[in-house]
Design a protein around this ligand. Structure first.
Ligand SMILES: Nc1ncnc2c1ncn2[C@@H]1O[C@H](COP(=O)(O)OP(=O)(O)OP(=O)(O)O)[C@@H](O)[C@H]1O
Length: 281
């Protein structure tokens, strides 16, 4: 009986994020191939055991969201995907992470990895240069010097980032002169200009107003047609709105990962229920 009441409360409370965004559980979707595969990963910052035996598969052309309370390891795992943690002193990783079957911690060129796995951060961080140069920066670094090729790439990337119409007449203006929401879309344009396969987004809308948040969410849903997206978010409604699947982390453990409807409406683990219903975190 108590269990039945709890299950009902998850549907009402945890499922509320899902219901509020007007989504209903969908039937089985065609499976997408695994793009990133994490197998038994343990990560330590010095003595601190930040990721504990984490295994998860990230399917291509889907949005996978990482949720969980502060400090549970969401950003740490995200940063493993393009080896950003390499820059952290005393950071040690065990286990394996593969991109299309190739171990990214074995014999893998990190420059190439970061080209294939792009990242957008919590706070928009345009370079202190023009809008055009921000987007052209990556392609130039890859050796593209031809002006018309660069022009095409810049336009295509800004269009895909839903920013072209707002900036096409001021491409020489500083990227820093844009609004916060525009700066974040500029950073997305910069990330996709090098044609990555995976886009990592670490709380990409937490510094944005509601209108810019909706624009970035719509953009993420557009981009998943071609890219694999992994999004860290504290916003449960955002996770419900945009994700194909959701992974819940707690104290460095991956508690469960499943289709968005299942996680919000019928989580398998009591700890996920407790988090979604606000009993902790
Ligand atoms: N560079 C670092 N050096 C040492 N410890 C770190 C470092 N980065 C993160 N940690 C620790 O690892 C744990 C996981 O941190 P992480 O940033 O991955 O959590 P998170 O779930 O993304 O948190 P938040 O939601 O607050 O961003 C925390 O205890 C954090 O203090």
């Amino acid at each position: 009986m108590a269990r039945a009441v709890e299950a009902a409360s998850v549907r009402e409370m945890g499922g509320a994020a899902f219901a509020q965004v007007g989504l209903e559980a969908e039937g089985p979707q065609p499976a997408h191939a695994t793009r990133l595969a994490v197998s038994h990963v343990n990560l330590y910052y010095g003595d601190h055991h930040a990721l504990k035996d984490v295994s998860i598969e990230i399917p291509e052309r889907e949005i996978t969201s990482f949720i969980g309370p502060s400090g549970c390891g969401k950003s740490t795992l995200l940063r493993c995907f393009n080896r950003m943690n390499d820059y952290v002193k005393d950071c040690r990783i065990e286990g394996s992470i593969t991109l299309d079957g190739q171990d990214i911690y074995a014999d893998f060129n990190t420059t190439l990895l970061r080209q294939r796995v792009g990242m957008v951060f919590q706070h928009p961080n345009p370079f202190p240069m023009s809008i055009y140069d921000n987007v052209a920066y990556g392609p130039r670094g890859m050796g593209i010097k031809n002006r018309s090729e660069l022009d095409d790439l810049v336009e295509e990337s800004l269009r895909r980032a839903a920013l072209w119409d707002e900036v096409k007449d001021k491409l020489k203006a500083s990227g820093l002169s844009l609004s916060g929401g525009q700066q974040q879309r500029l950073c997305i344009a910069r990330a996709i200009a090098v044609k990555p396969e995976v886009l990592l987004m670490d709380e990409p809308t937490s510094a944005l107003d509601p209108i810019s948040t909706v624009q970035v969410e719509q953009l993420a849903m557009e981009l998943k047609r071609d890219y694999t997206l992994v999004v860290v978010t504290h916003n449960m409604q955002q996770a419900a709105r945009i994700s194909d699947s959701v992974a819940f982390f707690l104290l460095g453990e991956l508690v469960e990962h499943g289709p968005t409807a299942q996680i919000f409406k019928a989580p398998r683990d009591r700890r996920t229920e407790d988090y979604l219903t606000g009993r902790f975190g």
